[in-house]
Ligand binder design. Structure first.
Ligand SMILES: Cc1cc2nc3c(=O)[nH]c(=O)nc-3n(C[C@H](O)[C@H](O)[C@H](O)COP(=O)(O)O)c2cc1C
Length: 206
């Protein structure tokens, strides 16, 4: 059984959440996959201030801020075998919430300096939802993939016709939660691909 952690970078429980949920359900449906969806919505997230206290003290979490947004998420993140991260597109990029979350992973250096391959057998996929068809989804996806690259997480693309990640469009903010059935299929594709690669790479558990 592998564990895939979903992170939703939206301040709302709306389109990015719906897309991520569809991806995680598709991952789970492949079998031998446990999923968890964590929302950054409503969490207190302080900015990384580059004080380097985490690396100086040799700890794997931020020792400066005990904020409910982050503190419990470090262990969840380290224990997962795979990740699917979803963001709404804000100014053709990821949300401030997601950027703040990413910046708070400076403490991983404490792990990576001695074990550079800590994340190498963990897999990450990306989803972006914009309000317009070509509103910067690919740039937002690159923002997520950049986070994976910096940690040494193995990037999982969506395969043929999905490419770097699932791009969705929720026109006019959508009358319901998510008006893009084709985009949701791509999100499901990411879910299945991340599940497949995670199961191939994850070390056997005792
Ligand atoms: C501050 C802000 C900036 C936005 N910038 C973009 C943008 O650059 N491109 C785009 O396509 N949509 C943009 N949108 C629209 C959202 O990406 C879109 O409504 C998305 O579906 C919201 O996701 P959510 O329902 O999970 O909150 C922006 C919305 C906000 C609030």
């Amino acid at each position: 059984m592998v564990k895939i952690l979903g992170i939703c970078g939206s301040p709302r429980k709306k389109s990015a959440y719906t897309a991520l949920k569809a991806a995680l359900e598709a991952a789970e449906a492949t079998g031998d996959v446990e999923v968890e969806l964590v929302e950054l919505r409503g969490r207190k997230l302080n900015f990384c201030i580059h004080c380097n206290q985490c690396t100086k003290q040799g700890v794997t979490y931020c020792p400066v801020y005990k904020d409910d947004g982050m503190t419990e998420l470090y262990e969840k993140f380290y224990n997962a075998d795979g990740y699917i991260i979803a963001t709404p597109v804000y100014e053709m990029n990821i949300t401030a919430q997601l950027a703040t979350f990413f910046n708070r992973f400076r403490p991983t250096w404490t792990i990576l300096k001695d074990n550079p391959d800590f994340f190498a057998r963990k897999v990450g996929g990306a989803i972006a939802v914009g309000g317009t068809r070509n509103g910067g989804q690919e740039m937002a996806i690159n923002g997520i993939l950049g986070f994976y690259h910096t940690q040494g997480i193995t990037v999982c693309n969506g395969g043929v016709c999905v490419y770097a990640g699932a791009s969705l469009w929720n026109p006019g903010d959508g009358s319901g939660t998510m008006d893009d059935p084709e985009g949701l299929e791509k999100a499901q594709g990411i879910g299945r691909k991340v599940a497949m690669l995670t199961k191939l790479l994850a070390p056997a558990k005792e």
